[in-house]
Design a protein around this ligand. Structure first.
Ligand SMILES: Nc1ncnc2c1ncn2[C@@H]1O[C@H](COP(=O)(O)OP(=O)(O)OP(=O)(O)O)[C@@H](O)[C@H]1O
Length: 629
């Protein structure tokens, strides 16, 4: 088949395919909805309150005490207002001259006014306490999520559902913002409700159950709506995850050239819209369900409320309660109704928030399970030998192992080059040598210590890696070199590393030298070229001066001068460490003491450049292909 420059005239091109459907089954975690019956809701609230209180206490003790005291004051003030309004009403509606009735109601009215004033002030103070605590709580939740993800074993990223659950947990972090407010409103409503029901029960015992009946449907409606909302969110998690990932890829400035020059904009926007439409469709199907729930529960609540008023009227007409008491009851019923409604509505809101927080909690638990638990064995500062013993590694979901039984010994002072075709397992081998991945079978021993039993932090303190896909950190030039190991306040070693990769002139020309922010998209930032970035990634690894240096295609974007410079430096410092260079530039393997050639996860050849180039094997074939231009 030949590739033509333009489609044949009159031939219709197919429309762009829609985004793939990915469903988040939640099979790796419990869907909190499964246990969200009304009973479960009630059981859960105390633990959410306790959890919120513990975390609030941990981040801001003064704020927490202030919040608690103000809650109690607000509640007590509301109770006093209600009780003394009832008392004032009794006096005001009694028989006798107006001035006398007013006079006798005056003390109660004074209490009402003072309590209302206190209530306002303490409500303002509790909002202030909430404003103090909430940002800290949100940051704490966010930090625990970020650090949990940074700490998991690298293999966890490849697990099905890990990224989706992370997305669900991110929503939990956002919802942390409303958690304190929900808890605060719920507590306030609880105190007001207790006060109101006390007054109501004192008027007539029948009033309380009737009022409860009047507000319960609203609570039920709020819970059912919360369930529907969460169910929609749950169904959308996978799509939202993909959408936010693609959003980043499509709008990230570094990908801008590729997007434009390859005419991708139209398709990317089509794709984004198609995915957004799918998410919206799911969300919109929830709207009529919500409406039905609200209408049904409001109607039920209305019927019960009518019943309450009817009973009150009947009590007054039949003389079972005196008229002034009945008038007081009107006020009390209104207040109690508001308090009860708020109690159930805020209870449901807490339940709603708790569903999202449960996702965050379960993701943090999952991340915790996947944090390295390898043992505490340490490795010496000076590592003399790394030995791989029949090492096998298979990625999740793959049938064939990426590394399929490799035995290899690396000695201090040696430079080892690893070559082989794409997908032959070179990068995976590098990850196994550094303990980023652990062997499924076989062992990787650093001076006799099995990496499976070693403290990974100790191993990684002795490792420097330039990965194939290195990061261009949006940090200052200095931090781009020292990140991971700020050794001294002196810039001397930083310049040494910059010199080693031939970047001195470039860095000196930056607007603020080492202090220049390397992110064009940020205010005042500067941008480097691809090769300059790669040189900086090499400087970062060289700066670490570790016993193991791994360079995975370190010069793929560099000009010959840069490449020459890097390999000179690698050679110069090689005596003090073990160096592994993964490369497709076979000429570069001349500097290696030994070359291993990989094919389908196995080492198929080993030797020096001269030996392998004339051995007639895969290496010789690759050399011949490289020269056949
Ligand atoms: N994170 C991963 N999850 C699943 N499979 C992976 C992952 N990384 C690599 N693989 C698979 O493992 C095999 C070896 O990949 P590896 O990256 O080690 O090859 P490589 O020799 O470094 O290739 P290249 O020369 O293209 O960089 C490939 O088949 C690849 O598809």
């Amino acid at each position: 088949m030949t590739v033509t420059d333009s489609p044949a005239a009159g031939v219709e091109t197919p429309p762009p395919p829609p985004p793939a459907t990915i469903t988040f089954e939640g099979k790796h975690g419990k869907n909190p909805l499964a246990e969200a019956s009304f009973g479960a809701l009630c059981m859960r609230l105390p633990s959410i309150l306790a959890h919120t209180a513990r975390r609030a206490w941990a981040v801001d003790r003064t704020g927490s005490v202030l919040l608690l005291v103000c809650q109690l004051l607000t509640g007590t003030a509301a109770a006093l207002v209600l009780a003394f309004t009832a008392r004032a009403m009794t006096h005001l509606l009694a028989t006798g001259p107006v001035s006398e009735r007013l006079h006798s109601a005056l003390p109660a009215l004074a209490v009402v006014a003072t309590a209302a004033g206190f209530g306002r002030v303490s409500a303002a103070l509790s909002s202030y306490a909430d404003a103090r605590i909430t940002p800290l709580l949100t940051t704490e939740a966010d930090l625990s999520l970020v650090s949990a993800v940074c700490r998991v074993e690298a293999s966890a990223y490849g697990e099905d559902g890990f990224a989706d659950r992370q997305e669900a947990a991110e929503v939990g972090v956002t919802r942390t913002r409303t958690m304190v407010q929900d808890a605060q409103r719920f507590m306030a409503a609880l105190i007001r409700m207790v006060a109101a029901t006390g007054v109501i029960t004192a008027l007539h015992w029948m009033m309380l159950p009737l009022l409860l009946l009047a507000v319960l449907p609203a609570g039920l409606g709020a819970v059912l709506s919360a369930r529907v909302d969460y169910e929609t969110h749950y169904n959308n998690v996978a799509d939202r995850n993909v959408r936010s990932m693609m959003r980043w890829w499509a709008t990230y400035s570094r990908h801008g050239d590729e997007v434009r020059a390859n005419g991708m904009t139209g398709y990317l926007i089509h794709w984004y819209r198609a995915l957004s439409d799918r998410i919206d469709r799911r969300t919109l199907t929830a709207a009529p369900r919500m409406l039905r729930i609200v209408l049904a529960t409001s109607a039920l609540g209305g019927v019960f409320l009518l019943g309450t008023w009817a009973v009150l009227a009947w009590l007054a007409v039949s003389g079972r309660v005196a008229l002034p008491v009945a008038a007081t009851a009107v006020v009390a019923v209104q207040t109690a109704l508001a308090a009860l409604s708020q109690f159930v509505v805020h209870g449901a809101a807490m339940f709603h928030t708790s569903l999202y927080l449960a996702d965050m909690r379960s993701f943090l638990d999952m991340a915790d399970e996947r944090a390295p638990k390898r043992g505490t064995a340490t490795v010496p500062d000076r590592v003399d030998e790394i030995r791989l013993d029949e090492v096998v590694h298979r990625y999740p979901g793959r049938d064939e192992p990426a590394v399929a039984g490799v035995s290899l010994t690396l000695r201090r002072g040696e430079i080892l080059a690893v070559v082989g075709e794409n997908g032959s397992g070179k990068s995976t081998l590098a990850k196994l040598i550094t303990g980023i991945l652990l062997a499924d079978k076989g062992r990787v021993l650093w001076d006799g210590t099995d990496l499976a039993d070693a403290d990974p932090e100790a191993v990684w303190r002795r490792t420097a890696l330039v990965p194939q896909n290195f990061a261009c950190w949006p940090l200052r030039a200095r931090e781009n070199v020292t990140l991971g190991q700020p050794r001294t306040y002196d810039d001397g070693p930083v310049w040494e590393a910059v010199d080693a990769v031939g970047m001195r002139e470039t860095v000196e020309k930056l607007p603020h030298g080492l202090d220049t922010l390397l992110a064009r998209e940020l205010w005042g930032g500067a941008e480097l070229s691809g090769g300059q970035w790669q040189r900086l990634a090499c400087a970062r690894a060289l700066y670490r001066r570790t016993p193991l240096l791994i360079l995975d295609e370190p010069t793929s974007q560099m000009d010959p001068r840069g490449e020459h410079r890097i390999f000179l430096e690698v050679r110069r410092i090689a005596a003090e460490r073990m160096t592994v260079v993964v490369t497709h530039q076979l000429e570069n393997t001349r500097l290696a003491d030994r070359i291993v050639v990989m094919r389908a996860g196995r080492v198929v050849e080993q030797g020096t450049y001269e030996e392998l180039a004339h051995a007639g094997g895969l290496f010789a074939e690759l050399v011949a292909l490289a020269q056949d231009r």
